[in-house]
Ligand binder design. Structure first.
Ligand SMILES: [Zn+2]
Length: 173
């Protein structure tokens, strides 16, 4: 199970430029339903990894040290020990920035699992597309973004609890 970070494992934060990723440790807040989601996945014995775009570092909005501190707090809260983070922006043309699939391939390599045994939980078009580009099924928290083409395999969910219930059905069938 690969998870996006901001908007899935922790709350987005209101800044003048919109709802954004945390820019300091003080910005980090983790919703209870998110903690109970990862707790349930762990009780099912699933391997968990984070795959997160952090372009605000390339944009000069926070230091790499602060970004790593934030990452550590979120990992620790969720009991997740494996993370892949892309600090680049579009102009860097890296292989890791979602919708490119680099971080998902790295995560699957780490756990030696196949795309068809893997699920990606995200909250954006970039997440859905990155998952599809890696051959992984995308579960998206929230609504479809206007003007984007989604892969045919995407499923949308209105809450984290709904994702857990969907998987509970799949695992118990
Ligand atoms: Zn990158």
């Amino acid at each position: 199970m690969i998870l996006d970070r901001d908007g899935v494992l922790n709350n987005l934060v209101e800044y003048p430029d919109g709802l954004v990723a945390p820019r300091s440790i003080e910005d980090v807040s983790i919703p209870e339903d998110s903690l109970s989601m990862t707790r349930t996945f762990r009780t099912w014995g699933l391997d968990l990894a984070i795959a997160s775009n952090q372009p605000d570092v390339a944009r000069g909005l926070l230091s790499i040290e602060e970004s790593l501190n934030i990452q550590r707090v979120i990992e620790t809260s969720h009991g997740i020990g494996t993370s892949f983070v892309c600090f680049h922006d579009d102009k860097d043309l890296c292989l890791c920035r979602k919708p490119r699939p680099g971080m998902l391939f790295s995560a699957m390599g780490e756990f030696k699992v196949k795309p068809e045994e893997t699920l990606f939980i995200g909250d954006s078009w970039r997440d859905a597309q990155a998952a599809a580009n890696a051959g992984v099924r995308p579960y998206i928290l929230g609504r479809e973004e206007a003007g984007r083409d989604y892969p045919s395999t995407v499923e949308f969910f209105s809450s984290r609890g709904q994702i857990v219930e969907r998987l509970r059905k799949l695992t118990c069938d």
